[in-house]
Design a protein around this ligand. Structure first.
Ligand SMILES: Cc1cc2nc3c(=O)[nH]c(=O)nc-3n(C[C@H](O)[C@H](O)[C@H](O)COP(=O)(O)O)c2cc1C
Length: 382
């Protein structure tokens, strides 16, 4: 399929649905319980309006900025997403390479398929690493050390996923670790031969950050048993202090939706926070992130950079979040769909689409620099 036929995130989504086994496509395209927060994340972006201003000289426009002091070509990064290597073989390495070339950060999930060492090796720009704190604190400590040794530019600690909001689609599809080759799944592979073949050709088919790193878990079944016991419900603000010390670099706290939690994160060492509800995959009924953002911006008062994810589907959404006080946005599902639809070139095409949209909107707003957007750039509407 020609890449220039993709014009929107939904275009990638439609093609990904055809190419990726249903179990993995729906793992991405799902939210917790009623999926109300999943829907609200993007619906609430639509309720915000960009100010159209005319009569201004808009020949030269700038989308470049910095994130944690590093230059980026637009205010956007790729969010950590577990098992991205199941949307497309070696998906994490493909997306990291695309982000590197485009000049935006890639964040690798703890539960990625490709290991952090393998992904760091394909990107000249240091990747960011997302940490799920595991009950096995020795393992967690070693994982932090590995991120530091691999040169990761930031450690993103996810705080909103200590236990799981149920996604009914995953239950119905029988999505489990380790993967079971049920007759239904085998039949799916038969009608998605391109996906199946690419998976057969790669050695990256398990959780790369765990396999071979858990003493006593030599088989897939033993590793799965160990992983299933690792949710740590004790995770609290104090833990950020040792995590930050052990990593020794910038700490980003992900999963902030309340102003008081933003203050706590900063008091415990956060260099940046991500306003996130995990893309509506955790607390169903929680506020959308774009609605939560303004109060958090007020509470933080410029003490650290604030990023936002959940529901960003266009360059216009990117500008809305920046206007409301986010330094940058992160996207999850949009890049997973792009990977599933067209692999690495798909992710590059997605970046081009988002940049072109943001650039066009910036000009039509009568603005020339993304760094000077503010409350004057948007109007809250119904
Ligand atoms: C399939 C999938 C897997 C995810 N896995 C993780 C993960 O491993 N770690 C994490 O911190 N967030 C994870 N997230 C949440 C994303 O980092 C991000 O918060 C969310 O996708 C943003 O919403 P969006 O998909 O609407 O852009 C995942 C999201 C999706 C869709």
């Amino acid at each position: 399929m020609r890449l220039d036929r993709f014009l929107t995130v939904d275009d990638f989504k439609r093609v990904a649905e055809r190419r990726v086994p249903r179990m993995f496509f729906q793992y991405a395209d799902s939210g917790a319980y009623t999926e109300g927060t999943y829907r609200a994340n993007s619906d609430d972006f639509a309720a915000i309006h960009l100010q159209q201003r005319v009569g201004r000289h808009i020949t030269t426009r700038n989308l470049a900025t910095t994130m944690l002091g590093q230059p980026v070509t637009m205010p956007l990064g790729l969010a950590p997403t577990g098992a991205a290597g199941m949307q497309s073989a070696e998906g994490e390495m493909k997306a990291a390479r695309a982000a590197d070339r485009f000049g935006v950060p890639f964040t690798l999930s703890t539960v990625s398929i490709c290991s952090l060492e393998d992904v760091a090796a394909v990107s000249k720009r240091p990747i960011w690493f997302q940490l799920y704190v595991r009950r096995d604190r020795e393992f967690t400590g070693r994982l932090i050390d590995r991120a530091r040794v691999a040169g990761c530019a930031a450690l993103v600690v996810t705080m909103d996923c200590q236990h799981y909001g149920q996604r009914h689609k995953d239950v119905r599809n029988g999505l489990k670790v380790p993967l079971k080759f049920t007759p239904r799944f085998v039949a799916e592979m038969a009608i998605k031969p391109r996906w199946a073949l690419s998976m057969l050709r790669t050695r990256h088919r398990t959780f790369g950050n765990f396999a071979g790193h858990v003493p006593g878990a030599a088989t897939a079944a033993a590793l799965a048993a160990w992983m299933s016991e690792q949710d740590d419900l004790t995770l609290n603000w104090q833990d950020l202090l040792w995590i930050k010390k052990r990593f020794g670099g910038p700490l980003v706290v992900k999963g902030i939706l309340h102003p008081d939690d933003a203050r706590e994160a900063i008091a415990h060492g956060a260099d940046a926070i991500i306003v996130s509800n995990h893309g509506g995959r955790q607390l169903d009924g929680a506020l959308s992130t774009i609605r939560a953002l303004p109060r958090i911006v007020d509470a933080v008062g410029g003490q650290c950079e604030i990023y936002l994810d959940s529901g960003v589907r266009s360059g216009h959404d990117m500008l809305k979040a920046v206007a409301l006080g986010a330094r940058a946005v992160f996207i999850g599902r949009p890049f997973l769909y792009a990977l599933g639809a067209a692999g690495e070139p798909g992710v590059t095409r997605l970046f081009e689409i988002l940049r072109a949209e943001a650039d066009s909107a910036l000009g039509l707003m009568g603005e020339t620099d993304v760094n000077t957007l503010g409350a004057h750039s948007v109007e809250m509407g119904g």
